[in-house]
Design a protein around this ligand. Structure first.
Ligand code: SF4
Length: 198
């Protein structure tokens, strides 16, 4: 019976295909056996990576309570604009970062995968909060409807634990993603508390 449900939802085979495509190094590429660019110029790629890392455009997309903290990150107190990621886009076609903020249930799983597919490459995913990472407090035997980790559906680059994680934690996740893209941790100038005027 459980196997029948899997077939009806077709989540598992589709998710496996998405992950396999990512492992081949062409995430989201619909063309099988894509040979990639004709020429690669390492110095140009490095410059592009720095540009990508400092202008991540997240999708306007939230699933549950963690999304409130994600919204908080866009407000003046935390000011995600300092790191170039304030441009939350209303369309996956204009986004290169999906922040999965909240519980992923089986009804939403095909939607999450479709949105991921509609994002242009290169694209990145942050799993925000315990629900997105592992099902969180809903990963119990009696609950039949929760996906226990969004990485069962789509490739995840950075995990931000917490229930919910504070906006600073998500900010650290974005810095980690920037580090992953460029290979270096950018020493952003930050005013220390001791430097603040009295
Ligand atoms: S991790 Fe906690 S705060 Fe985040 S969506 Fe799940 S229950 Fe809500």
């Amino acid at each position: 019976m459980a196997e029948d449900k899997k077939d009806v939802l077709r989540i598992h085979s589709y998710a496996a295909e998405l992950r396999a495509r990512n492992d081949r190094g062409a995430p989201g590429d619909l063309i099988e056996n894509d040979p990639g660019p004709i020429a690669r110029v390492p110095v140009v790629e490095k410059i592009l990576d720095v540009c990508r890392a400092n202008s991540l455009w997240p999708m306007t997309f939230g699933l549950a309570c963690c999304a409130i903290e994600m919204m908080g990150l866009g407000m003046a107190r935390f000011d995600i604009a300092r790191y170039g990621s304030e441009v939350f886009r209303p369309s996956p076609r204009q986004s290169d970062l999906m922040i999965v903020a909240g519980t992923v249930n089986k009804k939403m799983a095909p939607v999450v995968m479709t949105l991921y597919e509609q994002m242009p490459s290169p694209k990145y995913v942050i799993a925000m909060g315990n629900c997105a990472i592992s099902g969180g407090p809903f990963a119990v035997e009696e609950n039949y409807n929760v996906i226990e980790g969004v990485d069962r559906l789509i490739p995840v680059d950075v995990y931000v634990p917490g229930c919910p994680p504070r906006p600073e934690a998500l900010l650290e996740g974005i810095l980690k993603l920037q580090e992953k893209i460029t290979g270096v941790r950018h020493p952003f100038p930050q005013r220390k508390v001791s430097d603040a005027p009295n």
